[in-house]
Design a protein around this ligand. Structure first.
Ligand code: TXA
Ligand code: MG
Length: 350
């Protein structure tokens, strides 16, 4: 199958809508990452999303809407807390887990009785949903790989498997949406993202719990609050190590240990680049928001340039830092070291 990359003009959006109506798949820009979209009411189309990505069958898809009025066709109930959050953060990078409406086939939710719902802000995503109705869309990457933040990344992973990618340019946020479970009472954060934990707490006027297994490996035998927590994610071919500690301690740890790697590089903020003694650097930008924006592209670039190891600078877990660390620690398979002033390495975060 030939894969075309086209700009999201009205004509191309109409073409995309025809492909979706026929049960086909379309690569779609959103403000977080690119999505691999299918008609959310078409069970067969949902199954072909799993096939195209090589996605484990137990990992449910997010249903995207472009108008609050579509919520009644997707969710059976919208609890009070969900109403507060949707008024505040939709359209935007927030996904809410709600009780599922029977109109959504079990293939979309991997048999769960809840459904993940998101109202994206990106104009091309909204325009396509306006034409097609609710769209089921996971991130448009091969399962286990870093998510895609440009149309070219989507092409790299999925060419030959899908007929069309709408090119909306690089994604603004760069990390997937925040996922919060509102189906069983108090909100539980299942995936941190651009809508931060602090923003959720401020809107709800109460603390928001962080789900077990979100920022640490899921304990053996424990049931996952979200199926995605069980699976490998975001990993490039290169080994990734997250390095925590002061700027100085991190840099001396990396300079020492990078000698053991065939082709090491560092993923760091611009201002710290000089500390790493000439080691090749992937650009994390100037601030945590830039790190979020650049992370997946940087991990993909590491593979393209043939690096075998990526030493990624840790951030503090506030604001968007929590989301960045969630992705980079998972990309590292939770290989996290804390460098202290004497450069004694310790396993894991204390
Ligand atoms: O920003 C985003 O959310 C992007 C764009 C395309 O919208 N989509 C995305 O989808 O990241 P995906 O499939 O890569 O991630 C969806 C996550 C998975 O971790 C999945 O396990 C979780 O949401 N999820 C979906 N439905 C769920 C449910 N009913 N209960 C708990 N977790 C759910
Ligand atoms: Mg994904």
């Amino acid at each position: 199958m030939e894969t075309r990359i086209l700009p999201p003009t009205n004509e191309n959006l109409d073409l995309a809508a025809r492909i979706l109506a026929a049960g086909g798949l379309v690569g779609l820009p959103t403000e977080t990452v690119y999505g691999l979209a299918a008609d959310a009411r078409n069970a067969k189309a949902a199954l072909s999303v799993f096939a195209a990505k090589g996605r484990p069958a137990d990992n449910p898809l997010i249903v995207h809407i472009s108008d609050i009025s579509q919520l009644k066709d997707v969710a059976r109930d919208v609890p009070r807390r969900a109403q507060v959050l949707l008024r505040r953060f939709w359209p935007g990078p927030l996904t809410m887990i709600l009780p599922k409406d029977p109109a959504i086939p079990p293939e979309v939710t991997a048999g769960l009785d809840t459904v993940a719902v998101r109202f994206p802000a990106h104009p091309a995503a909204r325009a396509l949903i306006d034409r097609s109705g609710p769209l089921a869309a996971p991130s448009a990457n091969l399962s286990g790989r870093p998510s895609t933040t440009t149309a070219q990344h989507v092409y790299h992973d999925l060419h030959g498997r899908i007929p069309l990618i709408l090119d909306g340019g690089p994604c603004e946020v760069g990390l997937e949406s925040t996922v919060v479970d509102l189906s069983r009472g108090p909100a539980v954060l299942l995936r941190p993202g651009g809508v931060t934990r602090e923003m959720l707490e401020e809107a709800l006027g109460e603390p928001v719990a962080l789900g077990k297994g979100v920022m640490e490996p899921l304990p053996e035998g424990e049931k996952a609050l979200s199926p995605g927590l069980k699976h490998k994610h975001y990993a490039p071919k290169a080994r990734v190590v997250v390095v925590l500690g002061t700027d100085k301690a991190r840099a001396s740890y990396v300079r020492k240990h990078a000698k053991e790697d065939a082709a090491p590089c560092v993923l760091c903020l611009e201002e710290n680049r000089a500390l790493y003694g000439g080691l090749p650097a992937l650009d994390a930008g100037r601030k945590p928001e830039d790190y979020a924006h650049n992370l997946f592209a940087a991990l993909r670039e590491a593979d393209a340039r043939g690096y075998t190891a990526v030493y990624a600078e840790g951030l503090s877990l506030f604001g968007v830092g929590l989301a960045v660390m969630n992705r980079v620690e998972r990309a590292a398979g939770f290989a996290v070291v804390r460098a202290d002033e004497e450069d004694e390495e310790k396993e894991d975060r204390p």
